[in-house]
Design a protein around this ligand. Structure first.
Ligand code: FES
Length: 158
């Protein structure tokens, strides 16, 4: 679906901007917002590219840099750190063969730091796109990553 097709699904009102940007980002192969998207959103909302760019830069859920299909937001806030998030993160980096802020060479995963994800009672916590995962340890991480890889492989083969 093109950016124009996505825009036409929404009323040309500024309070729709976050929803538009979110959907555009999801549909882009690089899981990001491009300068062309920003121009088109600005024209559709009859505003400036600078104001749309400001929104994209403000919210950490948006990225202008290409990212993997699955963006992992790993909580690095104190409560998660207190229950072993650092060691879990090391396992995750090893499992993916990347470091925080990087994307796997197959463009499947991007690993990003996150502030508190609001589930401190179930720490350590991470999000993969819109899905939240709790009580993480090395075994659970391997299970999650393997499941995603297997699902993607099946999609490619079908
Ligand atoms: S500190 Fe990690 S979810 Fe709150």
């Amino acid at each position: 679906m093109s950016t124009q097709e996505i825009l036409r699904k929404y009323l040309p009102q500024r309070d729709q901007m976050l929803l538009m940007l979110h959907e555009i980002q999801q549909h882009n192969p690089g899981n990001n917002i491009t300068p062309a998207d920003i121009r088109q959103v600005a024209e559709y909302l009859n505003t400036t590219s600078a104001s749309v760019y400001g929104v994209v830069r403000y919210y950490s859920m948006f990225s202008m840099a290409p990212r993997g299909k699955f963006v992992i937001r790993f909580c690095k806030s104190p409560l998660c750190r207190m229950v072993g998030a650092f060691n879990v993160l090391k396992s995750l980096e090893k499992e993916l063969s990347i470091h925080m802020g990087e994307t796997t060479s197959d463009m499947l995963f991007t690993l990003e730091p996150s502030e508190c994800l609001g589930h401190c009672d179930k720490a350590p916590v991470m999000m993969v796109n819109d899905q939240v995962y709790f009580h993480l340890d090395e075994a659970r991480l391997q299970e999650i990553i393997s499941q995603i890889r297997e699902q993607e492989l099946k999609k490619q083969q079908s």
